[in-house]
Every structure is written in C-alpha cells, then in structure tokens.
Design a protein around this ligand. Structure first.
Ligand code: NAD
Length: 263
C-alpha cells in the first residue's frame, strides 16, 4: 500500500517534536509526516546507519538526529538538550522505540531477555516521559504520545515480556496523564495491531522462512479490515494527538487496528 496523508494542516509549523525509533517503520513514517506538516524533528534511534540514511534522504535544517539508547538516562539528557539547543525547546514527544524480544513460552522465557525488553519498552518510555515532561513543565505545555500495542489490552502467546511491557506503557500513559495535566501536558498512547514494518517482516521470516507471505495473510485475517496497518496510519494518529486539535484528549490509549480489539 502506497499511502498519501489525508490529514489537514493541524498547526505543527515551528513545533519541535522528538521522535524515538525514528530510523525505521512507524518512527520513520512519523519523521516524514511531522516534517511535511512543518515541524522541526529530533530523530532519536540507536541505529546510526539508519539515521545516516535519514539525513541523506532529508537534507533539511529542521531535522536533527541523535544516536542513543532510550533505556539510558544520559541519552535522554542529550536528546532533550538538543531540542533546546537546536530548536529552542520541546513541544512534543513521540515515545515510540520498542523491541519484541525473542518468541518463547513463558515457562522457558530467558530472564535476561525479559529484562532487556522491559528496559527498552518500559524504562525507555518512563525516561522519555520524565525527561520530556520536565522540559515541557518548564515551558508550561506539551504533548506526549507513547507507542503501546493491541497486546497492551490482550494476551499474546509466546511474547509475554512484550505483552507485559505494552500493558505497562498504557499504565504509564494513564499515570502520567493524570499527574501532568496540572502542567498543561497531555499524555496519550497509540496501540497498533500488526503494521507493515521490519518488526513484522522479521517475524514473518522467522516463522516461515520459505513463505513469509503466508504468515502475513494469517495475521491480516485476524483484522476485520483483513490487512496490516501502514506505518503512516499510526504516524497520523500520533500527529493528531500531538496537535492542538486533540487539546482535551489525555490518558487515552487508541487502538489503530482495523477493528481488531473490537471483536
Ligand atoms: N510493527 C508492528 O506490527 C507493531 C505493532 C504494535 C506496536 N508496535 C510498536 O511500534 C513501535 C515501533 O515499531 P516498528 O514497527 O516501527 O519497528 P521497527 O523495528 O521498524 O523500528 C523500531 C526502531 O526502534 C529502534 N530502537 C530499538 N531499540 C532502541 C533503543 N533501545 N533505543 C533507541 N532506538 C531503539 C530501532 O533501531 C528501530 O529503528 C514499537 O514500540 C513497537 O513495539 C509495532
């Protein structure tokens, strides 16, 4: 699916947005979408090659990249400082980086992998809320969108650490929304179903190396709309939630799933 955005202008011109997981998939789609709406973007990812490709594709003063790990406090300090240094402050955070970890039964799931998934998907999101939240509090406003998943609502077989982490992202979203409303900071989450990014493509290859398309068809068949989501469709929801068009919306975890959790 080759998708062109249908979003109207939502007033993102000259807003500064920090996007994590920005070198691939949903984060990369968000970088392109936010920039096409006039935003200045700090693209934060641990994949330096991916960031280099992004810089080469978009030679634009409105883009700054930072190579770092969202589970590390010092990298968040650098990222938020860059927003202040390059663009005069931070208006929004798309707290999107995440990993799936290995597929394994909960009865044999490796402890170290459990800790790794929680470090990126939960500690990383927590640190993002904390660091961006402090910068936004000082400015008197802000918007944060975290990326959870439909497995933030339901169970997922053989992805127990991922499922736990995405439930935790919804919990963090609610806790932060309630607390930070006093500082005029809104906090919401997007919850995608299987989306056409490397995260799903690598899973398809792992499950059926000779016929990954069969896995895609099976996952797609779980959706009433009978397809994967596109990364741009998730990015559009994130942009809307970051914009003033969503000015009275906070604490919401929005499925972007073709109706999957509704059934
Ligand atoms: N693709 C899906 O089907 C799907 C469904 C539901 C939720 N999600 C969530 O969407 C988010 C984005 O995933 P995607 O599908 O775009 O995957 P992706 O693998 O295409 O992109 C993830 C990006 O995050 C980066 N990243 C990973 N760990 C990092 C770390 N510690 N620090 C900084 N960057 C790091 C990777 O380098 C990569 O560029 C994730 O939180 C994922 O859990 C994806």
């Amino acid at each position: 699916m080759n998708r062109t955005s249908n979003l109207p202008n939502l007033g993102l011109e000259n807003r500064t947005v920090l996007i994590t997981g920005a070198a691939s998939g949903i984060g990369l789609a968000a970088v392109n979408l936010f920039m096409s709406h006039g935003a200045c973007v700090i693209a934060f990812d641990m994949d330096e090659q991916g960031l280099e490709a992004l810089r080469a594709a978009r030679k634009d003063e409105a883009l700054t990249t930072i190579c770092g790990d969202v589970s590390k406090t010092e990298d968040w300090t650098r990222a938020v400082s860059l927003a202040e240094q390059d663009f005069g402050g931070l208006d929004a955070l798309f707290n999107n980086a995440g990993i799936t970890g290995p597929r394994a039964s909960i009865l044999s799931y490796p402890e170290a992998e459990f800790d790794r998934v929680m470090a990126v998907n939960v500690r990383g999101v927590f640190l993002g809320i904390q660091h961006a939240g402090l910068a936004m509090k000082a400015r008197g406003k802000g918007a944060i969108v975290n990326t959870s998943s439909i497995v933030g609502f339901t169970g997922g077989r053989n992805i127990n650490a991922y499922t736990a982490s995405k439930h935790a992202v919804i919990g963090l979203t609610k806790a932060a929304a309630v607390e930070l409303a006093a500082h005029n900071i809104r906090v919401n989450a997007v919850c995608p179903s299987p989306t056409a990014t490397e995260m799903m493509f690598s899973l398809e290859r792992e499950l059926a190396p000779d016929n990954p398309g069969s896995i895609r068809a099976a996952f797609a068949a779980n959706s009433p709309m009978n397809r994967y989501g596109e990364p741009e469709e998730v990015a559009e929801a994130a942009l809307w939630l970051c914009s003033d068009a969503a000015s009275y919306i906070t604490g919401v975890s929005l499925p972007i799933d073709g109706g999957m959790v509704a059934r």
